[in-house]
Design a protein around this ligand. Structure first.
Ligand SMILES: [Zn+2]
Length: 165
């Protein structure tokens, strides 16, 4: 039996997955110049635009407990283990988004099932990039103000598809 060790490692680490490659291919045509898996940012976002302060996470529905058919499916063996593991993943996702927000970053989460409708994902990413670019040009003072008021809700983040798991 042959097996692709690097594919196994990718699956384990959750990076360079097929959905991630799809989103990266999409972004190459919209806005190249992103960086991958920046270890210096909370949650090591799959994709990050440094100057625009925009982080994009591409999530597998099962691993990140997405509210969809795939996300709801649970292995029958060791169900408790998987429930706990996915809850930890979700808590980690949430903490990463909160930490990024505190640093003045915006976050977008794309779930693998959403890629069945690539046009709507593309539209969300374009909108997020536009909002981030406007903030980059005009909002340096405002970004500091926002950071000083961590409790405030931000309509901009909501409209770019920020998801609270
Ligand atoms: Zn899903």
């Amino acid at each position: 039996m042959t097996y692709d060790r690097s594919a196994v490692m990718r699956a384990v680490k959750g990076r360079d997955t097929a959905p991630e490659m799809t989103v990266r291919a999409m972004l190459r045509t919209i806005a190249p110049g992103y960086r991958l898996h920046r270890a210096d940012l909370p949650g090591k976002p799959d994709i990050a635009y440094g100057r625009k302060k925009l982080a994009i996470f591409v999530h597998g529905c099962f691993w990140h407990g997405h509210d969809c058919a795939r996300g709801a499916r649970m292995p029958k063996t060791n169900a408790d283990y998987w429930v706990a593991k996915i809850a930890r993943n979700r808590a980690r996702d949430e903490a990463a988004v909160a930490a990024l927000t505190a640093m003045g970053w915006r976050s977008v989460a794309v779930y693998e099932c959403e890629l069945k409708a690539p046009a709507s994902v593309r539209a969300r990413l374009e909108e997020a990039l536009t909002v981030a670019a406007l903030a980059e040009r005009g909002g340096r003072g405002r970004a500091r103000l926002d950071a000083a008021e961590p409790g405030r809700t931000r309509p901009a983040a909501a409209s770019t598809g920020l998801r609270r798991p």
